[in-house]
Design a binder for this molecule. Structure first.
Ligand code: ADP
Length: 265
């Protein structure tokens, strides 16, 4: 519980700090870009076009645009977007993502989906859950530069008292589990402790932001769930997400009438 609280507070603090800085930066960048624009036009109007000055201004303008796109991404991360949770069946959501996943993973990664009949519903923002799955799939791809296999598995799961006792922040009960596994590089144990921290990345500048797993953690926590990561160096990584079962099941979004009833218990 201590650890979860520390992480939540850190996310909150980083979110606020990032949001504040990104917001101020965005305003400053607007001023910078506006002034570069004005200087460019003034030089053009005066007919004193100096190619070196023009090129320098173009460079400055490009830099300002790149900085603006980075601050946009930071703002998107920091913004506490209101979630729009809906009852969904995770297997249907994932089947609907197969084209997107194929495209994100490239040809060298084989994808296997393991479903389960009578999967329980969960209540979660489907767009955010899609982002979570894409984030995890892209991390898996990056860990398999020479190709490999990505397995996505869903199943009903009961986390018992014993499991809850070992994971202080988990309430025992019924969950739907989503596991995403790769056959990639894996991570050493000392890295595993840090991966959920915002901005922690081992990827080169421009490739990773270190926000992927923080986003995963944030959504899972906000949805009352639990996330755990297992990794073995040179063998691969599995991220397991547990979302609480939705108890008063209604027809999930996109369900067609006439389908067999979900199991009742
Ligand atoms: P990013 O992907 O932008 O670096 P993340 O928060 O998603 O940010 O991941 C943080 C770090 O965790 C990565 O830089 C990488 O070192 C490690 N990591 C995440 N997923 C995996 C994986 N499936 N296999 C190996 N390492 C991983």
């Amino acid at each position: 519980a201590e650890e979860a609280l520390r992480q939540a507070q850190k996310m909150e603090a980083v979110g606020q700090l990032t949001g504040g800085i990104a917001h101020d930066f965005n305003n400053l960048l607007t001023v910078i870009a506006g002034n570069i624009d004005m200087a460019t036009r003034a030089i053009g109007d005066a007919g004193e076009g100096n190619p070196r000055v023009t090129r320098a201004l173009e460079g400055a303008q490009k830099g300002a645009q790149r900085a603006a796109s980075l601050t946009q991404r930071l703002l998107a991360f920091a913004r506490r977007q209101p979630l729009h949770p809906k009852p969904i069946r995770m297997d249907r959501l994932i089947r609907g993502m197969s084209d997107l996943l194929d495209r994100s993973l490239g040809e060298r990664v084989e994808i296997e989906f393991v479903g389960a009949p009578g999967l329980w519903q969960v209540e979660v923002d489907p767009n955010e859950l899609e982002s979570v799955i894409v984030n995890l799939a892209v991390n898996a791809r990056d860990a398999m530069p020479d190709g490999g296999k990505l397995t996505i598995e869903v199943s009903n799961a009961r986390l018992d008292e014993g499991y809850a006792a070992r994971h202080a922040e988990v309430a025992p009960g019924q969950y739907v589990m989503l596991a995403i596994s790769d056959t990639g590089t894996g991570m050493p144990p000392e890295l595993l402790d840090k991966v959920f921290e915002p901005f922690f990345t081992t990827k080169e500048v421009g490739k990773g932001t270190g926000l992927g797993l923080s986003m995963v953690y944030g959504l899972v926590k906000q949805s009352g769930g639990h996330v755990k990561i297992y990794s073995e160096q040179d063998r691969g990584t599995t991220v397991k997400i547990y979302l609480p079962r939705l108890l008063d099941e209604t027809e999930a979004d996109g369900d067609e009438g006439g389908e067999e009833a979900l199991e009742e218990s």
